[in-house]
Design a protein around this ligand. Sequence first.
Ligand SMILES: Cc1ncc(COP(=O)(O)O)c(C=O)c1O
Length: 418
Amino acid sequence: MAIKIPVMNNAQRHLRPSIQSLAGSQIREVVNSALDQTSILKFWFGESDEVTHPAVREAAIASLQAGETFYAANLGLFELREAVAAYMARLHGSLANLIDVNRIAITSGGVSGLMLATQSIVDAGDEVVCVTPIWPNLPQQARIMGARVQAVSLYAEAGEWKLNMHALCEAITPATKLLLINAPNNPTGWTLTRCEQQMILDHCRTTGTWIVADEVYERLYYEPMEAGNLNGGINHPHGCAPSFLDIALPEDRLIVTHSFSKSFLMTGWRLGWLVVPPSCLDALGKLIEFNTSCAPSFVQRAALEALKREAEITPPLVAHFKRCRDTLIPLLQALPHVQVRAAKGGMYAFFKIEGFDDSLALAKRLVAEAKLGLAPGCAFELTPNGAAGGWMRWCFASQDVARLTQGVLQLRQWLEKQ
Ligand SMILES: Cc1ncc(COP(=O)(O)O)c(C=O)c1O
């Protein structure tokens, strides 16, 4: 006799509404459209094609060989937390804003750090303000928590991205639980000035709003340091982008998120850190227990080695990325119908191709017809309707600068056929 299975509703319909309505990554959608395509020049992901420093890889191997295969402390290896605190204090510490180990939590990637920060602050129904364009993970995490996210959009003036401070301060009211802000910015490279940071901090102090400042690109900064930003102490010409940590006090409602991915070439290792008010560290340790429990010890050993070799790894990398940027931008500017300006920080050219109104469709066509892999502007919450015109993001962190030149040639040839 056949067993009767009761008719059930489709399980997916019973997931939380904020999960059901979660939008997938549009960068992945472009990548997936290219699965059967060969010989594509890929600039779609935010990472260099250079492998992690050999000594850093060796440190991970040595840790595994020594048998470090067990659970570690929730907040991370004490030694690594101390090294991160010393690094952050060298960049941003001051008498007023002491940065020590009691403010550092090691996380499983920058993205996990951002999620932990959001989980710590946001309840369902809370209001969150977010400066866009932005890497979508930040607002999406807030939506996963059930928050309502209001975007305040940067505007482009003669190709340069700017923030309307008046509009931002108007959007942040006492009802605003959290401001999500990423500078240097993915995708635009826009960077906050010290003066803008001070205004935002002052305003958020009056409204009681938390700031989660995503500063993972702070070392990928190509401008001379701003006057008054003298506490970088970093021995190379470009130093570090202005940080909220330079002006905040330890108990300000500020969480700064960081990653080993970008300035230490460690994207696949999944390691980052948070700088938090000292009074919040214990709660954060508990939250890490219920998310990832801890970051792997061997990855943390590798990160410790990376920090020891910071002067050997990061400044040459930044100098190379600057060469990449300075190669790519003039070539793009010389193309017909393309608008772009050199970004102050980050690793991207964010540019508009006139005459196209759907960036996702454009990115897919570029893959199929020009063999060029770029990220569509719509992936970065550029406009409320998501189409984002002909905006494209090009990651210029290429070991071989000639790849960039070749990519622009393919774009030019494609544009000439349109
Ligand atoms: C703005 C921004 N924040 C955070 C991250 C997270 O980096 P990861 O999770 O690799 O540490 C990224 C990665 O692309 C990013 O662009």
